[in-house]
Each structure stands twice: as structure tokens, then as C-alpha cells.
Write a protein that binds this ligand. Structure first.
Ligand code: HEM
Length: 396
């Protein structure tokens, strides 16, 4: 099974069904990496809590952090907290976590709401728009930009760098990404940190430069990787949760009507979108520090294991009629934000942004519809993600 292939990306839910029924532990490829993929909900949850599966490849294999040698300056781009284990991971996460608690985010609601209205004022003039650049993208990008304290004028540089990176982990573009785009992003992030050092402000990056945990500050390399991870995470993910939420609701008009009639359904609706059409379908690789066995399959020391969250979220052993989108589902923990020590740090922020984004959108444009047949919408060629290229809609 090659999850990088177009065949897989376009038919991922069929593959998931097959895995859940026939091959809950399945060997395959993710770009250049040979991987053991897990599909079952319980297997994914256990693996993400299993101390024998670690994020730091060096711990498990004795080799480098990446399957092949990388220029030294690029290490921070692949070794952020998401690829570290405790105690390093815990120390790094503690330093940034307080900026993302629901309480810290409470004061953001008003800002997000006014932003959604500004964007819709602009979109309304055109009436037919691609909702991604017009709405789903600028919401999370503006919010994370303001939280981190990145100036608006710097954003186009980050944006083109990030676009290149997100397109660049496939086939031959991998080399271009490693040699060109990553170094460029690194120097952008370094420049930003230098500016914060000389002109501190009330934002997360300044906070990270000054913060200490267990008497230790973040090293320069750690700072670069943390800033990079937050920019990427804030930029790449929520845009597709908002997009997928709008699309899925438009495809299920009776549920959209129920949602419009009762805002208490907003939170369950966002959870159900995360389960049914969440944007992130797999975690980072987890490496076995010893031989382990999962459902009778032997996974040798050093091998990479990836829980497929998108498959686990459709496991019939946990979710009744998993292929049905149902915002009235009794609450059960979906895995769209991962699980265990690396559970998404930005989950509360992503939920808040998405809830406000869909509420404002459907309140202002209750008759909004797709501008093209849903079958014509194209998925991005990104393995283990579920993201669309465009979402053309007619607002009125
Ligand atoms: C981790 C999903 C938004 C920051 C994760 C993981 C998932 C995920 C599945 C676990 C990955 C793994 O185990 O390898 C999502 C989704 C989002 C979203 C679906 C939006 C809909 C955000 C935002 C931020 C963020 C807005 C912050 C700006 C992070 C960080 C981690 C993480 C820092 C690593 C945590 C750690 O290693 O302890 N996210 N994410 N995410 N996410 Fe998110």
C-alpha cells in the first residue's frame, strides 16, 4: 500500500474499510519510508500511548533523525517537539502550552468573530468565491500571525515558503524542498526571532524567548523549531477543517438545517466533522525501540509505525454506522487531533476558530451553495491528509 499514490488519496476511505476488515496492521510506503500502518481505533490509541514506540528515530535505530543524512542547519525543521519524547518533549510543550489553554483563548473569540465578518464583507461583493483563499485560509493564518507576533508585511514571504513546503514532500520535489525551501524558511524564522529579541512584544514568540521551564531556557535550535512548528501547524490545518466542515454540511442539507436551528449543535458538529472528514489522517512516524507485536504482526526494532487516524475514526467497533455523517451522534472521542502525549496542542484554538467560522458563515448566508458539483472538487496530493484544492461557492 502506497499512501503517497493518487490512487490511495482519491480512494482513501475504501482502503480504510479494507484495512479495518482485513488488514488492521498493514505494511506500506510513505514517500521513502517503509511503514507499518495501523487502522483500528484501539490499536491506534494503544500505540500512541506505548512507551516502546518513540518519536525520536535516533533512540530506536541509533541512526539519524531522518532516514537519510540532512544538512545540519535543517535539523530544527524536522526535530520539533512533535518528534521528541519525554522528558525533552514535556519541557518544550510546557513552555508553550499556556498560550493555548481554553482560558487563554477565551479573549480571542471577539477578534475571530470580527475577522469572519470582515472577510465575508469582502467576499459578499463577489458573491461567487473560492472559499479557501477568501475565508477558511485567512482566518487561522491571521489568528496565528497575531498570536505569534509576525507582522502582516512578513506574511507573504512565509506564505510562499509554506506553500512550497506543503507541496514538496512528494517524489522528486523532496530534493527541492530539502535543499531550497527548508533553508529559506529557516532563515525567515531566524530573522523573526532576532527581531523579537531586539524588540520584545506581548506575543507567544517573545514569551518563548524569555520563558524558562525547569530552570532552562529554550536553546536557539529549539526556538527555531518551535516557531516553525507553530507557524506550520497554525497555517496548514485549521484551514482544511473549516473547508471540510462547510463542504460536509452543504452535502448534508438536513443536518445543516438542524444546526442553523440550534446553535447547541455547533460543538457536536465540529467533532463529527473531525471524525468523518478531519484534515489530518495520520500522525508522525513512531519508531519501535524493541521488537513488538500488534494483532499478531511482528514489528521489528527500529521500524516506523503510523496510526491512521482517519481509519480509526471510522472503526465500526467504536462508531455505529461510521460511514454516516451524523451531528447528533452520542459523544465519543474522535482521534482527529491525535492522542496521548502528542495530542494536538492547538485543538482548543482550532475548535474555536471552526465553530465561529461556520456559525458566522451560515448565519449570514443561509442559502449558500456549491458553485460546482461536489464530484468535481479535487483533493490535494498530500498523503495522510484530507484537503481540497478549492471550494467554489455561491454565497447568495
Ligand atoms: C499535534 C491535528 C491545529 C499545534 C497534532 C496532532 C494532530 C493534530 C493529529 C498529533 C500529531 C502526532 O501525533 O504526530 C490538528 C488539526 C488541527 C490542528 C486537525 C486543525 C483542525 C493546530 C493548531 C496548532 C496546532 C491551530 C497551533 C497553532 C500542534 C502542535 C502539535 C500538534 C504544536 C504537537 C504537539 C506535541 O508534539 O506535543 N495536531 N492540529 N495544531 N498540533 Fe495540531
Amino acid at each position: 500500500m502506497n499512501v503517497t499514490s493518487r490512487q490511495f488519496i482519491e480512494n482513501k476511505f475504501d482502503y480504510y474499510r479494507w484495512m479495518l476488515e482485513e488488514a488492521p496492521v498493514c505494511q506500506g510506503r510513505l514517500s521513502i519510508l517503509h511503514v507499518y500502518f495501523l487502522a483500528g481505533y484501539d490499536d491506534c490509541v494503544s500505540a500512541l500511548r506505548d512507551p516502546r514506540l518513540v518519536r525520536n528515530r535516533t533512540t530506536a535505530t541509533g541512526g539519524g533523525r531522518f532516514p537519510f543524512p540532512l544538512p545540519k542547519g535543517l535539523t530544527p525543521m524536522i526535530s520539533s517537539m512533535i518528534t521528541n519524547d519525554d522528558p525533552v518533549h514535556r519541557r518544550q510543550r510546557t513552555l508553550v502550552a499556556k498560550a493555548f489553554t481554553p482560558r487563554a483563548l477565551g479573549k480571542l473569540s471577539e477578534r475571530i468573530e470580527s475577522l469572519t465578518h470582515e472577510l465575508l464583507d469582502e467576499a459578499e461583493r463577489r458573491n461567487t468565491v473560492d472559499l479557501i483563499p477568501a475565508y477558511s485560509l485567512p482566518i487561522p493564518v491571521t489568528v496565528i500571525r497575531e498570536m505569534l507576533g509576525v507582522d502582516e508585511a512578513d506574511m507573504p514571504k512565509f506564505r510562499s515558503g509554506l506553500r512550497a513546503l506543503s507541496e514538496g514532500f512528494n517524489g522528486w520535489t523532496l530534493l527541492r524542498t530539502l535543499l531550497l525551501d527548508m533553508p529559506r524558511m529557516r532563515s525567515l524564522v531566524e530573522e523573526l526571532i532576532e527581531r523579537k529579541r531586539s524588540a520584545p512584544r506581548d506575543d507567544i514568540l517573545t514569551g518563548l524567548i524569555q520563558a524558562e521551564a525547569d530552570g532552562e531556557k529554550l536553546s536557539r535550535e529549539e526556538l527555531v523549531s518551535m516557531a516553525y512548528l507553530l507557524i506550520i501547524a497554525g497555517y496548514e490545518t485549521t484551514v482544511h477543517l473549516i473547508t471540510n466542515a462547510v463542504l460536509t454540511l452543504l452535502q448534508h442539507p438536513e443536518q445543516l438545517e438542524a444546526l442553523k436551528a440550534d446553535t447547541a449543535l455547533l460543538d457536536p458538529a465540529v467533532e463529527e466533522v473531525l471524525r468523518y472528514a478531519g484534515p489530518v489522517h495520520g500522525t508522525k512516524p513512531n519508531y519501535a525501540v524493541e521488537d513488538i507485536e500488534i494483532r499478531g504482526a511482528r514489528i521489528p526494532k527500529g521500524a516506523a509505525v503510523i496510526p491512521i487516524l482517519g481509519a480509526a475514526n471510522r472503526d465500526p467497533a467504536v462508531f455505529t454506522n461510521p460511514e454516516v455523517f451524523d451531528i447528533h451522534r452520542p459523544p465519543k472521542k474522535q482521534l482527529g487531533f491525535g492522542h496521548g502525549p502528542h495530542h494536538c496542542l492547538g485543538a482548543a484554538l482550532a475548535r474555536l476558530e471552526t465553530r465561529i467560522a461556520i456559525k458566522t458563515l451560515f448565519e449570514r448566508f443561509p442559502n449558500m451553495r456549491l458553485a460546482v458539483p461536489a464530484g468535481e472538487l479535487e483533493l490535494q496530493s498530500m498523503p495522510l491528509w484530507h484537503r481540497y484544492e478549492r471550494l467554489p461557492v455561491v454565497l447568495r
